[in-house]
Design a protein around this ligand. Structure first.
Ligand code: 2IT
Length: 445
């Protein structure tokens, strides 16, 4: 495989899709050696087939706002690869959504889902609709209009959407309600559903909990105790909440959260009722964290800044792609950071990752660290298919086992010559090998 040739061909075909090209490049660089040891992959053109989605649906979503004005947004679903199971991945409603960001997320999802040990292919979807400042009824009308288009292309064994940024339990309820009305079936088809109608216990916490189980394994592999360590978290949504909850439970001290307006530093630690207050902030729909510092006066709000300028032991980007860049990585390294784990998808820029790996900082990529979310979605699918509900303990135990397994896969495939673990390489190779073997077995399709 000649990575440069493949990348320049892709760039020519998809000019300007920077995030998608960034995600593809990271994977190709990691798997190059292994790929070249398997001439049968090259002959079957596995890479050329894997980097293009199976299909993409793009549609117009028109809805009425509360003033009676007609609004139009774009809707998408990228069905990327179903070699190991039905397409599976979230829907993102955010002003930044475009085809490039959804293709990067769908591509990442293929390998992430492969790592979970469960049979799920990769997909992603969403809209440039921004829930910020929208009323409940506007959000419902948007979700219904979105589903009017998408429902024909999804199903419990075809494609199973879930939440992502801007899509939480409320939105899943509206989307699934409309889906059921149109499809006239009750087989699940969405994950992240409310507990009353087929949702799984622990799904809301799963991404954050899984991330901390993974981080704890990383630290344990270096004989480092997480107790007493300080943690910078970015974001203040569902993922940041779950991560803060579990980090605190494990004895670490979370000192920051952030929003589009800036970040909050709380030297006392964000614990107890302050963690639940994060959800209140999110549900206010204003997309700001500044009110935290008014409510808890020991905390300081830094307008327009990111939390990576603080001195912490562990940094957990939990907000959005490319939120931690090379300068941020340098700051953290200067401040003696021990571990950086992407909880958001592709939370670090390529330059930041190169620097962290070069400096041998304990670093792991989103497709390994945050896979607990989609893994627990897989467990929700299992429960729906069996028409049963597992206890929180049962789901949490399975989630924990899956995260440990992902960590072991990273160790197996990510060991460098000097004995260091390159988690980027480990996760990419482990995920790739499973998908490539499944594609080989199923012929040229
Ligand atoms: O990025 C992700 O893995 C998610 N947003 C969760 C996807 C899912 O299907 O639960």
């Amino acid at each position: 495989m000649n990575i440069n040739n493949i990348l320049s061909a892709l760039e020519a075909k998809h000019p300007g899709e920077h995030e998608y090209l960034q995600a593809v490049k990271e994977v190709l660089v990691s798997i190059e050696d292994v790929y070249n040891q398997h001439p049968e992959f090259e002959k079957a053109r596995i890479i050329e087939r894997l980097v293009e989605p199976d299909r993409i649906f793009t549609f117009r979503v028109t809805w009425l706002d509360d003033k009676g004005q007609i609004q139009t947004n774009l809707g998408y679903r990228v069905q990327f690869n179903n070699a190991i199971g039905p397409y599976k991945g979230g829907l993102r409603f955010h002003a930044s959504v475009n085809l490039s960001s959804l293709k990067f997320l769908g591509f990442e999802q293929i390998f992430k889902n492969a790592l979970t040990t469960l049979p799920m292919g990769g997909g992603k979807g969403g809209s440039d609709f921004s829930p910020r400042g929208k009323s409940n009824t506007e959000i419902m009308r948007f979700c219904q209009a979105f589903m009017l288009e998408l429902w024909r292309n999804i199903g419990p064994d075809t494609d199973v959407p879930a939440g992502d940024i801007g899509v939480g339990t409320r939105e899943i309820g509206y989307l699934y309600g409309m889906y059921k009305k149109l499809a006239r079936e009750n087989t699940g088809t969405f994950t992240g559903k409310g507990l009353e109608y087929g949702g799984s216990l622990v799904r809301p916490e799963a991404t954050g909990f899984g991330a901390l189980y993974f981080v704890n394994e990383m630290l344990k592999s270096k004989n480092i105790d997480i107790k007493g360590k300080t943690v910078a978290v970015s974001g203040f949504g569902n993922v940041a909440w779950g991560a803060t909850l579990k980090a605190t439970e494990l004895g670490a001290k979370v000192v920051t959260i952030s929003g589009p307006d800036g970040y909050v530093y709380d030297k006392d630690g964000i614990s107890g009722e302050k963690i639940e207050y994060m959800l209140e902030l999110r549900d206010s729909g204003e997309d700001i964290v500044a009110p935290y510092a008014q409510r808890y006066p020991n905390a300081v709000f830094y307008a327009g800044k990111k939390p990576w300028e603080q001195q912490v032991d562990i940094a957990l980007p939990c907000a959005i792609q490319n939120e931690l860049n090379e300068v941020d990585a340098k700051n953290l390294i200067t401040n003696n950071v021990i571990c950086i784990a992407e909880v958001s998808n592709m939370g670090c820029t390529a330059e930041a990752i190169d620097l962290l790996i070069e400096k041998r900082i304990l670093f792991a990529p989103g497709k390994a660290v945050n896979a607990g979310g989609v893994a627990t979605s897989g467990l929700e699918m299992s429960q729906n298919a069996m028409h049963i509900q597992w206890s929180a303990e049962e789901v949490d135990q399975r989630l924990h086992q899956i995260m440990n397994s992902i960590h072991s896969q990273c160790l197996q495939y990510g060991k460098e010559r000097d004995g260091c673990i390159n988690y980027v390489k480990g996760a990419n190779i482990a995920g790739f090998m499973k998908v490539a073997k499944a594609m080989m077995a199923q012929g040229i399709i």
